[in-house]
Design a protein around this ligand. Structure first.
Ligand SMILES: [Zn+2]
Length: 209
């Protein structure tokens, strides 16, 4: 009995299943257990529709890109925010990530333009101003001559440093620089804030230069 146990080959799931588990594990928020659960569901469930899932994955990879102007997601040359001629041109709201835009938009408190930096200045992570879309923001300001730049970055140390850096760059320009502040949780990103908090934060923005 013991001999057989020692000799018995260790059997795992088939290679394609294991490969799927490995791919799923690379996704954010999916640990080894979840990855295995999803892979086995895909193998066993009548409703799994693996073809549709794989088509959706390929489609998103092939067609969704960053808007060259504001950095939001788009499948066209420009995103719907930049295309929309009814939005106000005089205000640009600067955010860290493209995923910060829709939470702000859902507040209904802002009808201007957006600009995504692609992160924030973080020396520890080797992210400097040149790694962000700050140059692109300066180009837009020259081209679009907005009256107000609203800095809607996180309220933690790196967010503050990034806000200050941009405010400094814009110091002697003929425009108002404001910053959303009130009500945002310290250390929290915009993504985690609810609509009411965000809309109050926008309404309570203060001028910094
Ligand atoms: Zn855009």
């Amino acid at each position: 009995m013991n001999l057989n146990l020692a000799r018995a080959k260790r059997i795992d799931y088939p290679a394609p299943t294991k490969e799927l588990v490995n791919q799923l594990r690379r996704m954010p928020g999916i640990g080894p257990r979840s990855a295995e659960r999803i892979a086995l569901w895909m193998v066993q469930s009548k409703d799994a529709r693996p073809k549709e899932i794989s088509a959706a994955l390929q489609e998103v990879g092939a067609s969704v890109q960053a808007c060259p102007v504001c950095g939001f997601f788009t499948t066209e040359a420009l995103c719907p925010f930049c295309e929309d001629e009814t939005r106000l041109n005089g205000m640009i709201c600067v955010v860290e990530l493209a995923t910060d835009i829709l939470p702000l938009e859902r507040t209904g408190a802002f009808v201007g333009r957006y600009h995504t930096l692609g992160g924030r200045i973080s020396p520890l992570d080797h992210v400097g101003p040149d790694d962000l879309r700050i140059g692109a923001l300066m180009d837009r300001i020259l081209k679009e001559s907005p009256q107000e730049i609203i800095l809607a970055l996180s309220s933690d140390v790196e967010g503050e440093a990034t806000s200050n850096y941009i405010a400094d760059l814009l110091k002697n320009q003929n425009l108002k620089v404001t910053r959303i502040a009130q009500g945002l949780p310290a250390g929290g990103g915009l993504e985690s804030a609810d609509e009411l908090t965000l809309s109050r934060a926008l309404a309570g923005r203060r001028q910094i230069t």
